[in-house]
Design a protein around this ligand. Structure first.
Ligand code: SF4
Length: 345
């Protein structure tokens, strides 16, 4: 059975390691953003590393800390430098124009696009060009105990990642043990996928297998359905082609979500307002549940947790509203750290 507690703890350590030491070969990288549990509609990765162009990243900051979703990007990427009727300035979106108008109003309200009315027409003008800020997108699947059966179970997922090629690289991160990853495991994992051995205590990592760069600029293949491979299963796999433009848009949306959330957003989905919640420092701030007497997972620490008890009012009123209770404090600390990972505009 999968030990979700250790997987979650390992995932947070991998994120911390990546934030401090990426890339694994020790070459100096530009600025990076690390996020967890992000992906496309059909696929979510444990850890995403966005390697950024330093100048582009600073320019991206002008658009605010909130992500730009696909509809906003459809407007902002093409917004003209001079006033123009929006339908003349923007490419046909492939969906009704009224949705484009909604995006224009949202962008205007956020102060990232200029608009004016000329008669019945809405004209737009960009405030800044949307920058080319994403150099590379790297997907990491975390599997602390990578044995043969785990490798086989993962291989189907990572084969799909390789075929689609939306990330520049795909890695599996596993916990280093006394022995290095067995070469036999490599047979179960596509050669394009890198394998990283991470020491979560020392926050160090070694490359057991280097990944191959995937063709992000070319159309990808989505494996829609594949036969289960049983003796009697002679059915063919079904594929769909994904155009390079669609992949590019998908990459940008993932990067935008990483920009907004970062990996410290685990606090947003947990219950730091529970009296049993305790932030513990073990080289980094990690959640701990006193009721369970162990680190809890994000899934456990939710609204339906049977052990949830609200913070006592006294905790809240002490120094309230300036300081608040422990839950408020950890939320603030992690939010501050998240903000510090992004450049100022
Ligand atoms: S008791 Fe439940 S809600 Fe409270 S900290 Fe523990 S896991 Fe989270």
């Amino acid at each position: 059975m999968v030990d979700e507690t250790s997987e979650f703890a390992f995932e947070l350590r991998v994120c911390r390691w990546a934030e401090r030491h990426w890339p694994p070969d020790g070459e100096t990288a530009g600025p990076i953003l690390v996020a967890r549990q992000l992906g496309t509609a059909g696929r979510r990765w444990d850890t995403i590393v966005v390697e950024c162009d330093p100048v582009g990243l600073r320019r991206r900051a002008r658009f605010g800390a909130e992500r730009l979703d696909g509809d906003l990007l459809d407007v902002l990427r093409y917004a003209p430098a001079e006033w123009a009727y929006y339908r003349d300035a923007l490419p046909d979106p492939g969906y009704p124009w009224r949705y484009v108008r909604e995006s224009i109003h949202r962008a205007d309200e956020r102060g990232i696009l200029e608009t004016r009315r000329t008669g019945n027409r809405i004209e737009i003008r960009r405030r800044w060009p949307y920058p080319d800020w994403v150099d590379r997108l790297v997907a990491v699947e975390n599997k602390p105990d990578l044995d043969a059966s785990a490798a086989r179970a993962l291989s189907d997922q990572v084969e799909r990642d390789v075929a689609l090629g939306i990330a520049d690289e795909v890695w599996i991160a596993t916990e280093c043990g006394d022995d290095h990853v067995s070469a036999a495991l490599f047979e179960d994992v596509p050669v394009e996928v890198g394998i990283l051995e991470v020491d979560p205590d020392a926050l160090s990592a070694e490359v057991a297998w280097y990944p191959r760069a995937l063709a992000v600029d070319r159309p990808g293949t989505q494996i829609v359905e594949r036969p289960d491979g049983g003796d009697r299963d002679a059915s063919a796999a079904r594929f769909a082609y994904v155009e390079a433009d669609e992949k590019r848009a998908g990459r940008l949306e993932i990067a935008e979500r990483a920009y907004e959330r970062g990996w410290r957003s685990w606090i947003d989905t947990m219950r730091p307002d529970c009296r049993h919640f305790e932030p513990r420092t073990d080289g980094q701030l990690l959640p701990y549940c006193r009721a369970k007497d162990r680190q809890q997972t994000a899934r456990e620490c939710a609204g339906d947790c049977p052990h949830f008890e609200p913070e006592p009012p006294a905790w809240r009123s002490r120094d309230w509203p300036i300081e608040g209770g422990p839950g408020k404090r950890i939320t603030r600390v992690l939010t501050d750290r998240r903000a510090r990972r992004r450049p100022d505009p």
